[in-house]
Design a protein around this ligand. Structure first.
Ligand SMILES: Cc1cc2nc3c(=O)[nH]c(=O)nc-3n(C[C@H](O)[C@H](O)[C@H](O)COP(=O)(O)OP(=O)(O)OC[C@H]3O[C@@H](n4cnc5c(N)ncnc54)[C@H](O)[C@@H]3O)c2cc1C
Ligand code: FES
Length: 1278
């Protein structure tokens, strides 16, 4: 029997829908206790996991694909991963693991071979993993489908199933009649098939359905029929099945019969991820995606038939108004006459179920196409989708019939009916195009209230899609009759092709260890992450995996819905009556400190009298389950009285003079005088949006009171356990020695798990203290995004004076950062943005000024790069503008103004830029910059609607934490009598591989294999007062401490070793014990000297500098604003890498996070300060489709660093800024478009540079039509 395996999202899959199915979870795929599966092994060994939180999901997607296709193609593999997100790795190593399973086509093979040769030409390369170690994939060793389930399916008659829960009933009928009866009896009950429409509403939007009807087992709804005039596909068929059916039909049927199948397939390819398509049904999509369906517009344009079944005719709005065919199954022709209006079908008292959808084939002279543009190319709902069909009078290009449907424009799919009717009889030419565009724009009215605010962009897409259809049809007419129809100009042709996701190719170059290095010494080798295998088997424990403690309670927080208001009352009476509720915790329950004063304004645990942002925690409900806590939290009523002012934006804050103090300024040279002598002055401003950390593990804490002496164990996902300990102790009013914080690993943090984690741990500890129970608080993704803030939004205002030859003589910049409602580290972020703003350039006369704005947004906090990604982008923007003004190339202006020899920064710290220049030159060479630039110019001449762009950006990244005490570190090393070593230190494993590196250090120092050394957890009980794992410093400082501890131990062992040099480790340890030599030692590192005098504007705040350069190439689609990252080459100076696999992973991961910051990730707030983008459906981080098709990283060879362990450099943050090379490559492509169209030269682009902004900047007749018509210039470019 043929079996098919489906991946699915566990969070949306109703357990009742699994009746009769076999479910495999990651634990079932393989485990360290039995045998690990090749997928798990290869993911780990190819370094495909960092924090490991996404890894089980990756394993399941790949495993499922391999169960169905043991030798998949690259296309199948990238498609299988399109729905998986990883915030750490940048996907390259995951894809490397995937490639090892793929059938390599000759062309792929040739390409790979070329790349390998290329890499050898740089000599340094060894592979980061060795495929020879991998166990083969043997499909015969997989689990079989359980025979008992098979027997059950064969023998048991199908009958209605009913499952009762505490509050819900799930009914699964097996006949259409039964379904109709049920629908009549429970008119409000939704039909649930895949639950991907209903599920998110119930889970995230508080919708509740006491009864759910699940029709998936009804045979009539699972029909697939292929007939002479088309296909019939049951409404309960999954979108994956539909995809297969269409693909097969395309293979079997003549081309003219399958045009619509192509069009539908095109939409299905990017609709959701595979996990969604595997369960989401056709009927569900048609009905539930009222506005943003990818399918409805094309199904409607294709004149598809939707067969509807109902029991009677009671509903006056029902689809009975459509053409009725018979009493029970009405066929509705949803094409030329009707917009598909699911709201009719969805009316609560309608008892209708879509049973079949029929796809018809087209006739000669008929053309059909589908279009979409989404915030991310894959796995994102469309901003606008469209389906268009035209039928010409026989043998002509005279329109006989035309259908144009759009999704995303209004609350339902809409049809440009009048436009279509008016155009009948017109010929397919420019005149028709112009008329059609105006008619369509007149007819498709977009509500001004559109919550995503993309009204102008949507309008532009609406006409641009029609234009694309126009071009497509012209080209098809040419194929039909080239003598009569000339087709489209050659330079227009490329726009007809959509960007595709290809399996990325990559090269990683690093320096091999010296041949003389002992094979046992792991330093400098690409060692697998210490938890890699456990990540892949799902055995790695995160807070949510810790088994529940007896009597444990779950917390759900109640947050403010107002940005600035007085709390008049908090009514918890209804909430307390909810099932399972144990208690409600408020500010009054905090035994000691509720407000922490680290600066003038406090950080607050619970709001007491007033709220200062939407999302501030007011109270928390403790209940016996998370579901009960959440349910009750929704019942807490808070009454507010509005307070003035409500300050949300930087502009508001400037108006109200609302800042966190101090403001900072740095100055060198005589700026005002220099401005008098320069040839030109330019002024400008750039706005940079904030960024959500989107760590995969949301903020999580489990607090367990130990029952004596007020002791508490706090298991917490944080970067700074000592700080959590301090906050929890202060809030409870107990000494810190009663609070034991434990961190095994953290599922990503990126700066977001410092102060915010402390506040949340305090909330949970106060609850545990009050209830005397263990309390677990795991924030939902939505709450996490709402409450915890992120990267600071930023405005940079600049004035730049420069000479005709491109030399920049004077710069005056002002930075404003939106700190949100409490100070957190905002002033520090502002300081760092100033200290690093020069990036790689020496500006002789420079004045920079920064301040943190106090607003009523959730408080923003540390985020990888800490102000530099923003101030660096401002710098690169004015550098680019100088190039545009002088007519020089950006790379020339960069090169000319770069630090050249031993220099001083603008705050008088010395630096030697030799490696900066080496990185720049190597990157120029490795990326073949100039020849590619020429090729791009050639491409751009030959393509009108698609353009390529390239940019190369250098980077100086200063390393340092500003004060010595912030970089002190300690370690504790125990050797047990069996020779095994237990190592701990103050660093936290966030995915950056710190424990792996520390084991490498200990292995070298003790001269024992890594396998002898174990790391258990970071804890305040073993290493007190440890500094935060931040600022790329973890390995540097903890490595020194580990080295110190190991050297102490080795010193003690040395006499014993000397006495028995031929003995082994175990002999020496045994002997040491017998001689009463202590086998435990602490190690300590005092930290780096650092100082900064802000009064004088001078200091040595940094220890050393990292350098790097990235060159990126992109291609844009000028009609949609879509873009593709074609290639990136990075050269980084990170000293001598302790672990090149980990370090390259950090560079790539940070770079891809930078792509997210600068080109995709958009936070949207309502005018009242409510964050709209509160989950992966609204907030798009980069996915597999977003990484460069060719992604090369080289580590600069022969680079030494006397300041850090083994000459390495701390590099966790640096790579993020290099993501801006993509921003400037996009700018380059846009510049080319604008130059070609004679548009004025200077224009401003803000970050993120989304498709919306790209499209707006590529001004053409369509943008003018829209913007002119509405008389506004939404896009704000100068
Ligand atoms: C992560 C994610 C990404 C997505 N991306 C896209 C995308 O890019 N493009 C896109 O178009 N969609 C997208 N979707 C939407 C998805 O395609 C739909 O949610 C899905 O098709 C609905 O099918 P379902 O079986 O899961 O519906 P369910 O959630 O089971 O039901 C949804 C609704 O349809 C009704 N319904 C279901 N079957 C019938 C029937 N036979 N007769 C009458 N009513 C019925 C139900 O009553 C319910 O109201 C995405 C969804 C998710 C979760
Ligand atoms: S390893 Fe993928 S999210 Fe951390």
């Amino acid at each position: 029997m043929f079996q098919r395996h489906y991946s699915a999202n566990a969070c949306l899959l109703p357990i009742c829908s699994l009746y009769g199915m076999a479910v495999t979870t990651v634990e079932g795929v393989g485990s360290t206790r039995t045998r690990i599966h090749p997928v798990q092994e290869r993911l780990a060994k190819c370094h495909g996991s960092q924090c490991g939180f996404c890894t089980p999901g990756m394993v399941m997607s790949i495993y499922t694909l391999l169960r169905n296709h043991p030798e998949p193609t690259y296309e199948q593999m990238t498609a299988a991963l399109a729905g998986n997100l990883c915030r750490c790795t940048g996907y390259r190593p995951i894809l490397d693991a995937c490639k090892t399973f793929c059938k390599v086509r000759t062309s792929d093979y040739r390409r790979e071979k070329i790349l390998v040769l290329f890499s050898f030409s740089f000599k340094e390369s060894a592979r980061l993993f060795s495929p020879d170690e991998f166990q083969p994939l043997d499909p015969t060793q997989e689990f079989i489908f359980p025979p008992e389930l098979m027997r059950m399916a064969e023998n048991q008659p199908k009958r209605t199933l009913v499952f009762h829960g505490e509050r819900m009933m799930w009914i699964s009928p097996v006949t259409l009649d039964e379904l109709q009866d049920l629908k009549a009896a429970h008119p409000k009950a939704p039909l649930v098939v895949g639950n991907t429409g209903v599920g998110p509403d119930m889970k995230f939007r508080g919708v509740f359905h006491p009864i759910v009807i699940a029709p998936a087992r009804i045979p009539d709804l699972n029909v697939v029929k292929c007939m002479s005039d088309g296909l019939t596909i049951g409404a309960a068929c999954s979108l994956s099945l539909m995809k297969d059916v269409l693909r097969n039909a395309i293979l079997e049927l003549p081309e003219e019969k399958t045009k619509i199948f192509y069009a539908v397939l095109q939409q299905l390819r990017t609709l959701g991820g595979e996990q969604i398509r595997n369960v989401a049904s056709l009927g569900g999509n048609i009905i539930s995606r009222k506005s943003t369906s990818d399918l409805n517009p094309i199904l409607a344009a294709g004149n598809c038939m939707l067969n509807l079944a109902s029991q009677g005719k009671r509903d006056p709005f029902s689809v009975l108004v459509l053409e009725v065919q018979d009493d029970t199954v009405q066929g509705a022709r949803l094409g030329s006459k009707w917009a598909l209006m699911p709201k009719y079908v969805l009316l609560p008292d309608a008892y209708v179920s879509a049973s079949y959808s029929l796809l018809s084939d087209l006739v000669q002279g008929e053309y059909i196409s589908a279009f979409r543009q989404a915030p991310r190319r894959e796995n994102a709902l469309p901003i606008i989708s469209a389906g268009m069909r035209v039928l010409f009078e026989e043998g002509t290009d005279k329109i006989k019939d035309l259908s144009i449907f759009y999704g995303g424009a209004a609350s339902t799919t809409v049809c440009a009916k009048q436009a279509c009717q008016t155009l009948i009889g017109r010929y397919w030419n420019e005149q028709m195009l112009d008329e059609a565009s105006r008619l369509i724009l007149n007819e498709i009215i977009l509500p001004n209230s559109a919550s995503d605010g993309k009204i102008e962009y949507k309008k532009i897409l609406i006409v641009s899609f029609f234009y694309k259809f126009f071009l497509e049809v012209l080209q098809s007419l040419k194929t039909m009759d080239p003598c009569r129809y000339p087709g489209i100009p050659m330079e227009y042709e490329s726009v007809l092709e959509n960007f595709q996701t290809k399996m990325p190719q990559s090269i990683q170059i690093y320096q091999n260890v010296e041949l003389s290095q002992s094979p046992q010494d792991p330093v400098g080798r690409p060692i697998m992450h210490q938890s890699g295998i456990k990540h892949a088997t799902g055995e790695a424990v995160y807070i949510d995996d810790i088994p529940s403690v007896d009597g444990e309670l779950f917390l759900s927080v109640v947050t403010s819905s107002r940005a600035h208001a007085k709390i008049v009352s908090v009514d918890t009476s209804e909430a307390l009556k909810e099932p399972g509720v144990f208690d409600i915790i408020t500010a009054n329950d905090v035994p000691a400190t509720n407000e922490f004063h680290y600066s003038d304004d406090p950080e607050i645990i619970f709001a007491r009298n007033k709220v200062i942002c939407v999302g501030q925690i007011v109270c928390a409900v403790a209940a016996d389950s998370y579901a009960h806590a959440k349910q009750a939290a929704a019942k807490v009523k808070i009454e507010y009285e509005a307070l003035e002012p409500v300050i949300l934006t930087i502009e508001d804050a400037i108006r109200h003079n609302s800042f966190f103090e101090p403001k900072r300024k740095l100055e060198r040279g005589d700026v005002d005088k220099a401005f008098e002598t320069v040839d030109h002055i330019l002024e400008g401003e750039i706005h940079i949006g904030g960024q959500e950390h989107f760590y995969m593990e949301t903020q999580s804490v489990l607090v367990v009171p130990k029952g004596e002496d007020k002791e508490m164990d706090v298991f917490v996902s944080t970067q700074h356990p000592a700080f959590i300990q301090e906050m929890v102790a202060a809030s409870l009013g107990v000494p810190a020695n009663r609070i034991m914080c434990h961190v095994k690993r953290v599922g990503g943090a990126f700066g977001g798990k410092l102060l915010k984690a402390g506040l949340l741990a305090s909330v949970a500890s106060v609850a545990a203290n009050k209830t005397n129970r263990a309390v677990r608080l795991i924030l939902s993704r939505g709450d996490d995004m709402l409450i915890t803030g992120g990267r600071h939004p930023f405005i940079g205002k600049y004035k730049v004076g420069f000479m005709n030859d491109g030399r920049i003589r004077a710069v005056d910049v002002k930075y404003y950062i939106n700190g949100g409602c409490t100070p957190d580290e905002s002033v520090l972020v502002a300081e760092v943005s100033l200290l690093k703003m020069d990036n790689a350039y020496k500006i002789p006369n420079l004045r920079c000024w920064a301040c943190a704005c106090k607003t009523n947004l959730p408080s923003n906090t540390a985020f990888r790069g800490f102000g530099f990604p923003q101030s660096g982008l401002v710098t690169e923007t004015w550098i680019t503008e100088v190039a545009e003004k002088t007519g020089l190339s950006p790379e020339k202006v960069r090169e000319m103004n770069m630090y050249k020899e031993d220099e001083q920064t603008h705050f008088k710290q010395k630096l030697d830029p030799q490696n900066l220049i080496r990185c720049w030159n190597e990157c120029m060479e490795k990326s073949a910059y100039y020849s590619r630039k020429t090729a791009i110019e050639e491409f751009n001449k030959q393509n009108y609607w698609k353009k390529k762009g390239i940019a190369i950006v250098p980077m100086k990244f200063p390393f340092g934490l500003g004060s010595r005490y912030l970089s002190q570190a300690a370690a504790l090393v125990h050797i047990y009598t069996d020779g095994s070593v237990l190592l701990t230190h103050g660093g936290i494993e966030l995915g950056q591989g710190i424990h792996t590196k520390m084991i490498q250090v200990a292995s070298r120092e003790l001269n024992i294999p890594m396998s002898y050394i174990h790391f258990c957890e970071t804890s305040t009980t073993t290493v007190p007062n440890a500094c935060a794992s931040v600022g790329s410093a973890g390995t540097d400082v903890n490595g020194m401490a580990v080295k110190d501890a190991c050297q102490t131990l080795l010193k003690r062992l040395q006499p014993i070793i000397n006495e028995n040099p031929k003995g082994n480790w175990n002999d020496w340890i045994k002997e040491a014990f017998e001689q009463s030599v202590s086998l435990s030692a602490t190690g300590y590192f005092r930290g780096y000297d650092a100082d900064m005098d802000w009064e004088k504007g001078e200091g040595q705040p940094f220890t050393y500098f990292l350098y790097g350069t990235a060159c990126s190439e992109v291609e844009i689609n000028c009609l949609t604003g879509d873009h593709k990252n074609l290639r990136t080459d990075i050269v980084m100076d990170i000293g001598c890498s302790i672990n090149p696999a980990v370090d390259i992973g950090q560079i790539e991961g940070a770079f891809v996070q930078g792509i997210g910051l600068y080109t995709m990730e958009e936070l949207k707030y309502s005018p009242e300060g409510v964050l709209h983008t509160r989950g992966p459906d609204q907030y798009k981080i980069p996915a597999v489709c977003d990484i460069p098709e060719q992604f090369n990283v080289s580590l600069l060879s022969s680079s030494q660093n006397p300041y850090a362990i083994y000459s390495s450099k701390g590099l966790g943050e640096a790579g993020l800024f290099l993501g801006c090379s993509v921003f400037f490559a996009l700018r380059d492509a846009i510049t080319c478009v604008r130059n070609e169209r004679g548009l004025k030269k200077t224009f401003a682009l803000n970050s993120p540079l989304t498709a919306e902004q790209i499209r707006a900047a590529c001004t053409d007749d369509f943008t003018k039509m829209v913007i002119g018509r509405w008389g506004s210039d939404l896009f704000n470019y100068v």
